[in-house]
Design a binder for this molecule. Structure first.
Ligand code: COS
Length: 386
């Protein structure tokens, strides 16, 4: 067993830290305040290949492994959780499913576009189907060599700026999850409407919207995978996506620890830095230990994915644990800052709001426990590739 990153992974980590500290961290608070990522930063992220991380080189991407990918997301999230999720959604659940389930034509058509200038989004959740994803009711009715979509989707990260949506819709009313099919839908397809912005508690700079379909005609060649296999596409996309959310959580927690340690060394009370009090030291020690454990779970899941081995339960474990660590670390960081931690003067207030979402999206913590418990109580042979 080797706990050391390869030279290339370490180089990517260091380069991302430099980029994130130079270009993202200085504007993270103002992005949060204005609830948007400036186009200039989006352009720089594109130039630095962050939108092509998981796209294979043969399709114009950086083609890096998942271990490197997760480490990069940690560094981005350490500067801005909102930026990290924009990148993670595009790569993990926007582009990767095309690589996993697409035909050669689909890969050749969409992956270079996603690597170069398209932004990807993932549309599974509906107002009536969140955790019970297979209960979705958006219809895709066949009409000759097209499908006609009707219905609505919610909580679409990247939705406002996305060029390509991976959409799960129902092609059969008779079967629950086996009646779901995946489609690739471009933003200007007639009948696809961008709906209202969802006003969130945290990760404010990343956009989250509703979308709807009204007699939206999608050609058969835009179907991703066979009819009735869309639930599997979504689940396998989420296996990878959950590693990304775990990485985001580790990054937020790391930022909390660093901010808390810095403040504790500087803040004088009772004539000494508060870092000299054991109550503070224990919080720092617990944060540090738990962040390391979360990071190791994240790396193990990423490594399994790189080996082409089943990683669903391990991705769920990483997300479940890392997201709780992020929430608790944010709580400790605010606590160590005292009243100041409750103000906009310090970044820990933002970390506290940002951390919570990692326990909610890409499957709540309760769903992660269902996946983990299921893998122990009802084990199934599952391959990570289709
Ligand atoms: N990889 C491949 N296939 C998977 C899979 C995975 N990780 N998870 C489930 N499947 C397959 C199963 O093998 C089964 O297929 P077959 O019937 O062909 O054997 C099918 O999917 C249904 O599985 P299951 O019975 O476990 O599905 P459920 O409807 O009970 O749902 C959960 C399972 C709860 C895990 C799923 O609905 C889920 O992940 N919900 C959360 C959704 C989510 O994360 N939403 C956030 C969206 S992004 S903000």
């Amino acid at each position: 067993m080797d706990f050391q990153l390869t030279e290339e992974q370490e180089m990517l980590r260091a380069a991302t830290r430099e980029f994130a500290e130079g270009e993202i961290a200085p504007i993270a608070a103002s992005m949060d305040e204005q609830a948007c990522i400036p186009s200039d930063l989006r352009r720089k992220l594109r130039e630095q290949n962050y939108f092509s991380l998981l796209i294979p080189e043969e399709f114009g991407g950086a083609g890096i492994d998942h271990v490197a990918y997760s480490i990069i997301l940690v560094e981005l999230a350490r500067a801005s959780a909102a930026v990290s999720i924009v990148i993670a959604v595009h790569n993990s659940v926007g582009a990767t499913p095309i690589q996993m389930f697409g035909t050669e034509e689909q890969k050749k058509k969409w992956l270079p576009l996603l690597a170069r200038d398209y932004l990807g989004a993932f549309a599974l959740t509906e107002p009536g189907s969140g955790s019970d994803a297979a209960a979705l009711i958006t219809r895709a009715d066949r009409s000759g060599d097209h499908y006609v979509l009707n219905g609505s989707k919610t909580f679409i990260t990247n939705g406002q700026f996305a060029d390509l949506f991976l959409v799960m819709a129902r092609t059969s009313q008779e079967q629950k999850h086996r009646g779901i099919t995946a489609f690739l839908i471009e933003k200007d397809t007639p009948g696809l409407r961008l709906g209202k912005q969802i006003h969130k508690m945290g990760i404010l700079a990343s956009d989250t919207i509703e979308i709807s379909f009204e007699d939206c005609r999608v050609p058969e060649e835009n179907r991703l995978g066979p009819e009735g296999r869309g639930f599997r596409v979504a689940m396998q996309a989420l296996d990878g996506g959950r590693i990304g959310v775990a990485a985001q959580a580790v990054g937020i927690a790391q930022a909390c620890l660093e901010a808390a340690a810095k403040y504790a060394r500087e803040r004088i009370q009772f004539e000494r830095p508060i870092s000299e009090f054991q109550a503070i030291q224990w919080m720092i020690a617990d944060m540090s230990t738990e962040i390391d454990a979360a990071r190791l779970l994240m790396l193990r899941a990423a490594w399994l994915k790189d080996q082409g081995m089943p990683c669903g339960p391990q991705a769920s474990m990483a997300k479940l644990y890392a997201s709780r660590v992020a929430r608790v670390a944010a709580d400790y960081a605010v606590q160590i800052h005292g009243g100041y931690g409750y103000t906009k003067e310090f970044a820990v207030e933002r970390y506290y709001r940002d951390a919570k979402v990692t326990e909610l999206y890409e499957g709540t913590s309760e769903i992660q426990r269902i996946v983990i418990a299921g893998s122990i109580l009802h084990p199934k042979e599952r391959k990570s590739a289709p």
